[in-house]
Design a protein. Structure first.
Length: 429
């Protein structure tokens, strides 16, 4: 996940005053994408090559920018110099809209493309009621279990969202597993990378949501992030440390040292290869407001300064078709971002090994209405997200390290609210 702190928290509308134009729908357009896994890069490169050879009206020129530098590059580039089409990490969309770097896409992509996007994908790319981005894939977050170790310890585990562990049941399972574990550490929480980063927010904000809280609501963190219920939930999170394998070799789960791994779709290829039929996907524990999960990943939009929006939209229609989405999600194992591709994906269909992740994404909360009935929560769609994630993930890291949860959460909430006050609530005109 990208270091979102690279996003600029400068005044809304500070970019060049640009507005997209439809153009002729013909000619050359520029496209920027992040350079990530080799298989993902190849999928994008082949999609561009295929698009260019499929017709002779539009010529796409693709530039891959190293992932670690990507968000900073977009942030520091004047809106007038940005490409016609660009990729971006989901939580950055609102910030780029605020800085006038993106154009709404509904006028340029087809109604068919929009209709085929999953509701969770559309929630991630919608800012102020307008659609600015759509993704080829989403993300799945949950718990992987080693069935052999769970059964050996006599631990009954959930088989669907409807029977997710309560937090008390999860704690009891940890104790049972620890009693059978040689070093008493049956849990992997991706500890080795630290939590003061976007990974910390993505992995553990579901605890806040499941406890009935939120990172921010109606532009305020105080009163939703620092509630007694959230502080209690994070105290429980802190208590798990005694059961956690440090996993310095990144192999605790695949080598069978731990029975449970708090992780996501990205771990499935290696985990399934190592465990085979002993691998089970489980929902995260329920802290009272229902089990919750994170949602969102890389997504695509149109630059605010494009002079050929029709051509940009035509390319996105092509990029987001089932053929390209399937190639990409086969490469990275992520849940497809289109309804039709998701329905055909054997990992995520009914009875598939990752059906749980599809079931979670089928119950999206958006970023504000986090009820007991919904599951997949979009990270806050606000231009101030860089501050939200920086302050919350710092609190997570401090709490895991032994700090008082109530104090750490209150400090984070105050800092977020001060930043929002300083920036007029990051309101988008």
């Amino acid at each position: 996940m990208l270091p979102l702190a690279a996003l600029a928290a400068c005044g809304g509308g500070s970019g060049t005053d640009t507005s997209s134009e439809a153009g002729s729908g013909k000619g050359a357009i520029t496209v920027w994408a992040h350079q990530g896994q080799a298989s993902e890069d190849a999928a994008v490169q082949n999609a561009v090559k295929s698009f260019n050879s499929s017709q002779d009206k539009i010529k796409v020129k693709l530039t891959l920018i190293p992932g670690d530098d990507y968000t900073k590059t977009v942030t520091t580039t004047d809106a007038s110099k940005l490409p016609d089409v660009m990729e971006m990490d989901g939580p950055t969309v609102a910030n780029f809209v605020w800085n006038k770097k993106l154009s709404p896409i509904s006028s340029y992509v087809s109604d068919k493309t929009v209709a085929n996007a999953t509701d969770a994908i559309k929630a991630e790319g919608t800012v102020g009621g307008k659609l600015y981005a759509l993704g080829m894939f989403d993300s799945g977050l949950g718990m992987y279990g080693n069935k052999k170790l769970l059964d050996a310890a006599g631990v009954k585990y959930p088989t669907s969202l409807s029977d997710a562990w309560t937090v008390n049941e999860f704690n009891a399972a940890l104790k049972k597993l620890a009693a059978e574990d040689p070093d008493g550490k049956p849990l992997d929480l991706s500890e080795s990378g630290g939590y003061a980063n976007e990974g910390g927010t993505y992995l553990f904000s579901p605890i806040v949501f499941s406890a009935g809280g939120a990172l921010i609501k109606n532009g305020k963190s105080e009163g939703v992030l620092d509630t007694p219920a959230v502080a209690s939930a994070m105290k429980t999170f802190q208590s798990w440390k005694t059961y956690v394998d440090p996993n310095t070799d990144q192999s605790a789960f695949v080598k069978g040292r731990v029975a449970l791994s708090w992780s996501g779709h990205w771990a499935y290829p290696a985990d399934s290869k190592a465990l085979g039929k002993d691998l089970v996907a489980l929902p995260l524990p329920d802290f009272g407001n229902g089990p919750k999960t994170g949602q969102g990943s890389w997504t695509w939009g149109i630059g605010a300064a494009t002079k050929n929006g029709k051509a940009a939209g035509a390319f996105l229609d092509y990029l987001l078709n089932d053929t390209n989405v399937t190639v990409m999600t086969t490469a990275n194992g992520a849940p497809p971002g289109t309804k039709s591709a998701l329905a055909k994906n054997t990992l995520y269909t009914q009875g598939g090994p990752l059906q749980l992740f599809a079931d979670q994404l089928a119950k999206p909360c958006g970023d504000s209405d986090i009820t007991k009935a919904c599951v997949a929560v979009t990270r806050p769609v606000t231009a101030g997200y860089p501050t939200v994630t920086a302050k919350f993930s710092t609190a997570v890291n401090e709490i895991y390290g032994g700090a008082d949860p109530k104090t750490a959460l209150e400090k984070a909430a105050r800092a977020v609210d001060q930043d929002f006050s300083d920036n007029n609530g990051y309101k988008i005109p």
